[in-house]
Design a protein around this ligand. Structure first.
Ligand SMILES: Nc1nc2c(ncn2[C@@H]2O[C@H](COP(=O)(O)OP(=O)(O)OP(=O)(O)O)[C@@H](O)[C@H]2O)c(=O)[nH]1
Ligand SMILES: [Mg+2]
Length: 473
């Protein structure tokens, strides 16, 4: 459980662990600069507490502070690393607290040692996302923007990154705030009519409020229209390649990934285990699964491999069903099609560089679905297939009202709830319900918009969101 405690200073390694050019240990909190004073020996002779904000300084992280006081010469000091240290003073920082960042050499040992040292000096190890949580709780960003930070870190394609950047810039937050304000105006009108019952709402006001409710629901509808696509760009979709052995499934997987990830061989049954990789197809993140060819299993191993293929087929958002264009349709092809007939699918005839034994006309008589011809050897048809996958997934134009897409299930659900309550408000207004009753639904709609911004989020929701972050963000 998150301890919402700002008294302590948090610290973490903010870069991935491994060998790299640099690695960063980050501290945030009241003690950050004081801790830096105790462990940093600068070349310029000043202490971090004497530095101006947003300045970077060269020096050493030293372990033995007593030795530092006794002896200013480096030879008796235990140097952990040669570093660049940045001081950022509150409130204009990521967390709105004092932040110190120590740029170490990027190796596991120096980073761990520097982190251990700052923890020994009084900092506490940060929980996942705690720097961003502080930014949110200190009011620098709202919850939409905090979630956008996570989306930026996790973006799998440029489009996903673009959507997240718009959200971080606060465009979507601004829209939600505007909707909230407009609901509040209607709320105030209704409340006044409760407080002063003698002054009944005049007809003009009633008409204005109903019209405003209609406009508000239409605007929320517009946001919701784009949300499925926004979610696809963020979460990606599960695409499973299937077919009988040797049709070229792994060859297609490699082409879509633009790398030789899977083993390809003329021996049927090359792929046994399912192979999973993320691919970027026309800006859409696809979780691609290459599977074992489905045929009558000859042993327990093949049986298990086919079982795994079938499990993924059940989960697939889109199936790429492959046929060998150089061979006639077989019993296996028909059997496989039976298992996927109700799934969204694209039928692919591969090996069109070889003599054709399978025409779309023949296939159409047996299988229903969009048919594509490709060759994994020459690459013919692959580009068109990628475009078709995109078209299939997005089904038409992407609606980006005012430049952003709703890309978060939490936002989508809250918008839907807000809209449903506004529909009830409209119904109440049309049927002349009392303002006391109407106001209840209006309050619920308002609550849902506030929840999107994080103005009324429980600790459970915050934990759910921020625990997805990495430590150090
Ligand atoms: N001529 C030709 N050969 C192809 C084409 N695509 C794949 N192959 C060959 O077909 C053989 C099987 O290819 P794979 O990609 O391993 O087929 P697979 O469907 O993954 O096979 P399994 O893993 O055994 O189920 C290999 O020898 C490939 O080089 C193609 O478009 N044209
Ligand atoms: Mg294979």
């Amino acid at each position: 459980m998150y301890k919402l405690n700002f008294e302590d200073t948090i610290a973490a390694i903010s870069t991935p662990l491994g060998e790299s050019g640099i690695g960063i240990v980050r501290m945030s909190g009241k003690e950050a600069i004081k801790i830096a004073d105790r462990i940093f020996l600068s070349k310029d002779g000043f202490k971090p507490s004497q530095y101006r904000s947003f300045t970077i300084h060269y020096g050493y992280i030293i372990e033995n502070q007593k030795a530092k006081i006794r002896n200013q010469k480096f030879k008796n000091l235990q140097i952990i690393d040669e570093v660049l240290l940045t001081v950022m003073r509150e409130p204009r920082t990521y967390t709105k607290e004092d932040i110190v960042e120590i740029n170490c050499h990027g190796g596991i040992v120096p980073l761990r040692k520097v982190l251990e040292l700052v923890l020994r000096e009084g900092a506490r190890l940060a929980q996942p996302g705690e720097f961003t949580l502080r930014a949110f709780l200190n009011g620098r960003i709202d919850l939409i923007q905090a979630e956008a930070v996570l989306d930026i870190v996790k973006a799998k394609t440029e489009k996903a990154l673009e959507i997240a950047c718009y959200q971080l810039a606060g465009k979507f937050s601004q829209k939600i705030r505007e909707l909230k304000e407009r609901i509040l105006n209607v709320y105030a009108e209704l409340e006044a009519s409760i407080d002063f019952p003698d002054e009944e709402l005049d007809l003009h006001n009633q008409r204005f409020m109903l019209k405003e409710m209609e406009k508000l629901t239409a605007e929320i509808d517009k946001l919701l229209e784009g949300s499925d696509k926004g979610l696809i760009f963020k979460e990606g979709i599960l695409v499973v390649i299937c077919g009988k052995p040797n049709v070229g499934k792994s060859s297609l997987m490699n082409l879509l990934l633009k790398k030789n990830r899977c083993l390809v061989s003329p021996i049927p049954g090359t792929t046994r285990d399912t192979i999973e990789e993320w691919a970027n197809i026309e800006g859409i993140p696809l979780r691609l699964i290459d599977t074992a060819g489905i045929t009558a299993a000859k042993n327990a191993l093949e049986e298990e491999a086919i079982k795994r293929t079938c499990e993924y087929l059940k989960l697939a958002d889109l199936v790429l069903f492959m046929l060998d264009g150089n061979k006639k349709i077989s019993h296996d092809d028909r059997e496989i099609f039976q298992t996927i007939k109700d799934k969204p699918k694209i039928i692919i005839i591969n090996k069109i560089d070889l003599p054709c034994r399978l025409t779309p006309a023949v296939i159409k008589k047996i299988f229903r679905g969009r048919i594509f011809k490709i060759s994994c050897v020459t690459g013919e048809g692959i580009e068109r297939l990628c475009k078709e996958i995109k078209r299939f997934i997005l089904r038409g134009e992407i609606i980006e009202p005012e430049g952003y897409l709703v890309n978060n299930l939490r936002h989508k659900e809250a918008l839907l709830k807000a809209k449903n309550f506004l529909e009830k408000v409209k119904e109440g207004m049309r049927n002349g319900f009392s303002p006391e009753l109407i106001i209840l639904d209006l309050k619920e709609a308002l609550g849902n918009l506030k929840a999107i911004l994080g103005e009324s989020s429980s600790e459970d929701i915050l934990e759910k969101i921020f625990s997805q972050f990495c430590i150090g963000k």
